[in-house]
Write a protein that binds this ligand. Structure first.
Ligand code: SF4
Ligand code: SF4
Length: 342
């Protein structure tokens, strides 16, 4: 593994150089928000950010994706194309909590018994450049409570860590990462002192995360209390807007629908949310989750019980997006903490 040093003002040029050769998905300033998007020609990434408003999962699991195109003929429907061509891409500047979300999404979309070709192809075609959090980016993120760390590198091809206000350490962690090395230009080797500084900052950053939740403690209670009166309390103000699911890096529910114009058809996969009333409605009209109480319980149970049962992992990376963006200030940290006291 190679480790190099780069000046902060040279990093933006590196992104432009990469974007000259490959599709780059990176954070971009959007008014008061920062959102991940594919960079347009000449567009700059905004790397001086805490965390993005949207989760970068869109690169592997697009909000809307064409699964196939077909056309109607006298002999029935004929397949025109089964899967879009996916070019090589670089996901640049992803934070460690979101990096961890990809491991959780892999558990769903890339299993031995079931592998989703759309997701897997995008994963294979993407090089991930992660950026460690020198300072916890917000007062509401809690990655260390759910198995994460602000300097986590597992799953990254390159990890960039800020050493001081003007210098970054660049660690090339995989062959995919190394193949991008030439686009970083000629850089000085990192020294033992720089590696020690990174370790020092890593410990300080983890220690600075003040928001903690008893995430691993509530599973036994969830196992036993599907019908507990507590579930009558948390949904009361929920608007069923779906913001929490759409911004969540680990939520992965989708719907599949066909759009037909004349003889030409498209099969589309789009994000869905368990917070919506028709999400679980069956063709008969029966809805096994008829109210927001059942939907809120489902969201919590899925992240802290069902996913643990299925994959031995909590399906929350502590990014805090649902806390920051819920229009009625529902706070998943409080829900988990309250459950731990029951
Ligand atoms: S963001 Fe808040 S109001 Fe909207 S569905 Fe989620 S919990 Fe309900
Ligand atoms: S549940 Fe909330 S805090 Fe956890 S990963 Fe999803 S958006 Fe982030």
């Amino acid at each position: 593994m190679e480790a190099k040093l780069i000046k902060k003002d040279a990093l933006a040029e590196v992104v432009k150089r990469i974007a000259g050769q490959k599709l780059v998905y990176a954070p971009v300033k959007d008014g008061s928000r920062v959102n991940f998007k594919y960079l347009d020609q000449g567009e700059s990434a905004f790397l001086d950010y805490g965390n993005s408003t949207n989760a970068p999962k869109n690169i592997f699991f697009p909000q809307t994706e064409t699964m196939m195109r077909y056309t109607r003929t006298d002999k029935g429907n004929k397949l025109v194309s089964a899967q879009e061509n996916i070019d090589e891409m670089v996901l640049f500047g992803v934070r460690p909590c979101d990096l961890r979300s990809f491991k959780l999404l892999d558990m769903v979309f890339d299993q031995e018994k079931y592998s989703d070709p759309y997701y897997v192809k995008r994963r294979q075609q993407t090089t991930i450049v992660a950026m460690a959090c020198r300072q916890p980016p917000s007062s509401i993120c809690f990655c260390t409570s759910v198995g994460g760390h602000p300097y986590l590198s597992d799953g990254a091809d390159i990890l960039i860590s800020e050493l001081d206000d003007n210098e970054f350490l660049v660690e090339f962690l995989s062959s995919k990462g190394e193949s991008l090395a030439k686009l970083f230009g000629s850089l000085d080797d990192a020294t033992d002192t720089s590696m020690a500084r990174k370790n020092e900052l890593s410990e300080a950053s983890a220690a600075a995360i003040k928001s903690t939740i008893p995430a691993t403690e509530i599973k036994p209670w969830l196992d036993e209390n599907f019908d507990h009166p507590y579930w009558d309390t948390i949904h009361q103000s929920c608007l069923a807007c779906g913001t929490c699911s759409y911004l969540c890096p680990t939520c992965h529910c989708f719907d599949i629908k066909d759009e037909v114009t004349g003889d030409d058809g498209l099969r589309l996969r789009t994000w869905d949310s368990c917070m919506y009333s028709i999400y679980s409605k069956e063709t008969s009209g029966h809805n096994p989750r008829p109210g927001q109480k059942q939907r809120w319980r489902q969201r919590l149970m899925h992240k802290f019980k069902y996913f643990v049962d299925n994959f031995n992992a909590i399906s929350c990376v502590g990014c805090g997006r649902c806390v920051a963006n819920c229009p009625v200030n529902t706070d998943i940290r409080k829900v988990v903490s309250d459950i731990a006291k029951l």
